[in-house]
Write a protein that binds this ligand. Sequence first.
Ligand code: ADP
Ligand code: ZN
Length: 621
Amino acid sequence: MKHTDALDILQTIYGYDKFRPQQARIIDTVIDGDDALVLMPTGGGKSLCYQVPALVREGTGIVISPLIALMQDQVDALKALNLNAAFINSSMTAADVARTEDELIRGDIDLLYVAPERLLMDSMLSLLDQCQLALFAIDEAHCVSQWGHDFRKEYMGLNVLHERFPAVPRIALTATADQRTRDEIVGNLDLGNAAQFISSFDRPNIRYAISEEGNARDSLLNFLDEHHDGDAGIVYCLSRKKVEDTAAWLCKQGRKAVPYHAGLDAGTRAEHQSRFLREEGIIVVATIAFGMGIDKPDVRFVAHLNLPKSIEAYYQETGRAGRDGMPANAWMSYGLQDVINLRSMMQESDADEQHKRVEYHKLESMLGLAELSTCRRQALLAYFDDELPKACGNCDNCLNPPVTWDATESAQKALSCCYRTGQRFGVNYLIDVLLGKDAERIKSFGHDKQTTFGIGADKSAAEWRSLYRQLIAKGLLSVDVGGHGSVMLTEQARPILRGERTLELRQIKHRAGGAKKKKRAHAEHIAQADRPLWERLRALRTSLSDGKPAYLVFSDSTLIDMVDQKPMSHDQLSAVSGVGKHKLEKYGDAFIGAIKEHEMFADYDADLDQSEYSDEVSATE
Ligand code: ADP
Ligand code: ZN
């Protein structure tokens, strides 16, 4: 880092020790007045890449951001650091806009957030002509690409910035851009001469785990109990009904859960979203309608109770966990029915053949990821043409390598049962036949007389379901939608039936991985004895947050550091990561007070434990 003033700003204003390696290089480039294109995963620390240069350089930094809904939070976060930040957008009154414009012309604003359509208005551009500008930051720069899903036509107009303000450096930032999108960003924003800073897509702090079958609800509850007591998170379900049911059920289990889907009225949705952002420990149970534009940094887990329909969707949804870089879990439970549903949805879709082929390919890849026995992260990154040379050590398959077994003989039984009953029944029926169930329906078809009747009694129904799921996922069986989910053999089943090929499958495992106690998503940083202090500091930050999101006071990682170090003076507190000068002055006494009090009573409690405490309890009973 050649600009020491930048480091000074990082330490005194933000309260961080040092820049991350890419950040330092990017910040140097922009301070020097050069353009930059930055591709960094969520949580990588993109904001500092434009905020710090904007503070070092003379004038105002203009931040172009597509989502008006997020501007308020971003500006609040900067104000919490005592910086002069503002936004101009269509939600404001004319008087507020005029006031902000005055401040801008006077040079009083460090960072100004605007939506592209607003920025490109003639009046706004002429206003900027009269201002000293530090830089333009083009956030979510992939919106300029027509390939991505977030195309915004206003972004196309942003190339005028270069023509009109040639001396002002531009920095374009995004978390999601494959090569094609990247090329389009460079082309459409006229960034041919910009330095490119491309980081890996990887989100190393997210632990991926995918489990199969079993009782999904029970495994979800186990997962929450074990890893996420009191944490905020998102649970994705496929249908609105399942969203409602799951949210109600979680509440019954004593969790703070709220539903969110497009069928709820706008008021309810807004209320649930705002509780999620502002209160601690809310779980949103949602369809995919939830998540766009949610920028909550301390989402500790994302759980899927159904299989998403592509790896893109899975990566985007799980990516909402752990934006603050602290450990987070991406957990999924899926089953046979998911595979059947998605397969049928695709077959029934009205899309043209080519589109269907693409969708089909995407689903295949998602299924492949779910059924994988090797490192999930390597597979995920490979899907995005990103390479991870070594297995990650932070996914279920790495932590708990799945046991595979030679399933050839069982697969032969399952396949031949399907064949001999005429390939017109669903999996549940086939399992009943294999188990030799004494059912009227089986007798009425005469299937109790067949050689496959009862040959599967050595396995449980759950094991057969898992086997059928894997056979379908591997394409040895296809599902006929018109025939109510009846399954049929494909060409690929023949060599197995004839004994020309063997088949290795994963052994059924009911719990999603990461079950090892010592590695918890946030609690792993907090010793059991420190739990009360952690809860106390969380409550304190909420009480100081003034109706705004509590993380604006201090982030999870800052609180964890505090619990670790237990600072008792301003000096000690300022050494905690994320405690800058302003927050130290504003909140220092309150937090130090809480820590001191906790420490005192901790000793007191320990004394009580050893003496009269048990008597006292029995006396009050
Ligand atoms: P992005 O916009 O890339 O998703 P953010 O800019 O929101 O990421 O940063 C993610 C988190 O990392 C934030 O909590 C931020 O304060 C923190 N952070 C960023 N840079 C640093 C740093 N150099 N040292 C410590 N924490 C940092
Ligand atoms: Zn792994």
